[in-house]
Design a protein around this ligand. Structure first.
Ligand code: HEM
Ligand SMILES: *[C@@H]1O[C@H](CO)[C@@H](O)[C@H](O)[C@H]1NC(C)=O
Ligand SMILES: *[C@@H]1O[C@H](CO)[C@@H](O)[C@H](O)[C@H]1NC(C)=O
Ligand SMILES: *[C@@H]1O[C@H](CO)[C@@H](O)[C@H](O)[C@H]1NC(C)=O
Length: 506
């Protein structure tokens, strides 16, 4: 009996393999699997292939677009921006879970090519991952560089620069001309940071650093193609901005190098007070080699002070002035308080500021509607849950402080500028109230709160005490432009021009 040999031709092979093929097809296209959401991820809007949700971000400022998306799809959202998973959080309860209850699970910062190149490979404090180096630098910043003792000892710089600001405004008041207030205030806050960080006579270096800091921050936001598609070797090779950043870094490095070397030579304290670079060199000398800080740490932290301390402060003063113009009742009340406390005094000192209760409420309310950092940038380093969903490891977290501050769910008449709402409220700046986080919260909360507030209060008080303010020719107060500009800090899109008039007070 002849046996038919079994030939393994294609149809037979297919028949034998068919259960396997069906199994894999089901695994790939299984419609139930997605619905069951086995990874238990937060909800997402519909997305496109390859770019994910990037198209949603076109044509709007990120914090505004994300607020709109959250209203539609949920206060905890998962977006795929290119290859980057991003969890957007827009409710106080969810913010508390992520930033406090499970702190430090989300205490990393997102990484970008711009930060790596410009900030000395994360040798700084603000963008450093949450690790031992961060803890060491954080301690130095909180206990030494930005301590309340230092905030006080920098007081003479603040007063000196505020006087300079006032005399600039006076020259415009004399001719009843509109002054570019945005620019004048930025100059004030930059000079204070420059003198506190680097010492006297560093204006030229300070201006160069500020120019570079602005460019670097605008290129380090994480929206470069190479940041959105990190796995693409081709995109990384073609990322032209990388070469521009490297060129900028070399320029930055030579300036900072000179600054540090100069401070080493002159040994702190020669010109009176110790500046921040002096302090860092002193600390390093006394660490007897154990936890020494490198020169890169020092240079990166200087750059941090400029990026964290200049625009945040000036934009707060700027928005406060704009809101006060828009709300004449609040302006009158704030000025009345100042003039009552100061009577006929020629100038204002830090002691007087403590009595200015209403001015402090005005600043609080300004920071609710205009938090300089609208999106807290964090990254998930450890297993973390929010509202029962799990956050994918290493994803970027954005807490939309701006959206929470304007949400009718949490604030009465949320769109109104009403400083009185804080009068009997326990809300403070220290990250204990998750509906109000202008300085962030948890391990990564801003270490410059006191310095920043002092740099807002004094110039604002003086602008309101010495001058009355009018709109430029032919403009009504309710026409004041409140459009926001783009950038990591939300400043005004258009510079604020106002006419100062010498007040009756001296
Ligand atoms: C009105 C003024 C200011 C505002 C609104 C502000 C706001 C913030 C916010 C929201 C954060 C992120 C917090 C988080 O992730 O939870 C931050 C971090 C930071 N700020 Fe400020 N800031 C101000 C002034 C300053 C000043 C004057 C300095 C220093 C000169 C400064 C230095 C820093 C640094 C170094 C960090 C990073 C801290 C870390 O990652 O550990 N800030 N700031
Ligand atoms: C930063 O450090 C990493 C790892 O140590 C290295 O691969 C990378 O090239 C460094 N980047 C820069 C810009 O120096
Ligand atoms: C405000 O002043 C600065 C510098 O004086 C200038 O560069 C800027 O263009 C001015 N803004 C407007 C809108 O003119
Ligand atoms: C800090 O101290 C260490 C050890 O004493 C030294 O090697 C290092 O160069 C110092 N850093 C700076 C910036 O001087």
């Amino acid at each position: 009996m002849a046996t038919e040999p079994i030939t393994l031709n294609y149809p037979t092979l297919l028949l034998i393999l068919s259960p396997l093929i069906i199994f894999f097809l089901i695994r790939i296209f299984n419609p139930w699997r997605r619905r069951r959401n086995p990874q238990n991820l937060p909800p997402s809007p519909p997305k496109l292939p390859v770019i994910g949700h990037l198209h949603h971000l076109l044509g709007g400022l990120p914090h505004q677009v994300l607020a709109r998306l959250s209203r539609k799809y949920g206060r905890v959202l998962l977006l795929h921006l290119g290859e980057i998973s991003t969890v957007v959080i827009s409710s106080p309860a969810a913010a508390k879970q992520v930033l406090k209850d499970q702190d430090p699970a989300c205490a990393d910062r997102p990484k970008t090519i711009g930060l790596e190149i410009m900030w000395y490979n994360y040798s700084d404090l603000a963008f450093c991952p949450y690790n031992d180096q961060w803890r060491q630098l954080r301690k130095i910043c909180v206990l030494e560089l930005l301590s309340s003792k230092n905030v006080k000892s920098f007081g003479y710089i603040r007063e000196d620069e505020a006087s300079h600001l006032i005399s600039t405004v006076q020259s415009f008041a004399a001719s009843r001309e509109a002054i570019n207030l945005t620019e004048t205030i930025l100059r004030f806050s930059s000079s204070v940071i420059c003198r506190a960080a680097l010492g006297k006579d560093q204006t030229a270096n300070g201006d160069a650093l500020i120019e570079m800091m602005k460019k670097a921050l605008s290129m380090a936001g994480g929206f470069e193609l190479a940041d959105l598609f990190p796995s693409s070797k081709l995109l990384n090779l073609l990322c032209l901005n990388k070469y521009r950043l490297m060129w900028m870094h070399r320029k930055l490095d030579s300036i900072l190098d000179d600054i540090v070397d100069e401070h080493k030579l002159r040994k702190g304290g020669e010109y009176g007070g110790e500046d921040i670079v002096d302090a860092m060199l002193r600390i390093n000398r006394s660490e007897d080699g154990q936890d020494s800080i490198s020169k890169d740490n020092i240079k990166a932290i200087i750059f941090d002070m400029f990026s964290g301390g200049t625009e945040t402060t000036s934009t707060t003063i700027d928005w406060a002035m704009a809101e006060l113009m828009k709300n004449p009742r609040v302006m009158a009340k704030a000025q009345a308080e100042l003039r009552e406390i100061l009577k006929e005094k020629k100038t204002i000192n830090s002691g007087d500021i403590e009595e200015m209760k209403y001015l402090k409420l005005v600043i609080k309310e300004t920071l609710r509607l205009h938090p300089p950092m609208p999106l807290l940038p964090r990254a998930c380093r450890d297993k973390c849950m929010v509202n029962g969903y799990s956050i994918p490891l290493k994803s970027k977290i954005l807490v939309n402080v701006w959206a929470i501050g304007r949400d009718h769910e949490y604030w009465d008449e949320a769109e109104m500028f009403k400083p009185e709402r804080f009068e009997d409220s326990s809300r403070d700046f220290f990250g204990n109230n998750f509906d109000y986080l202008p300085f962030g919260t948890g391990k990564r909360i801003c270490p410059g709160i006191n310095f920043g507030l002092a740099n807002v209060e004094l110039p604002l008080a003086r602008l309101l005490y010495h001058f009355d303010w009018r709109m430029p020719d032919g403009m009504e107060e309710n026409e004041i432009d409140m459009t926001e500009g783009s950038g990591i800090t939300v400043s005004r899109k258009n510079d604020l021009f106002l006419v100062p008039l010498l007040a009756n007070a001296p």
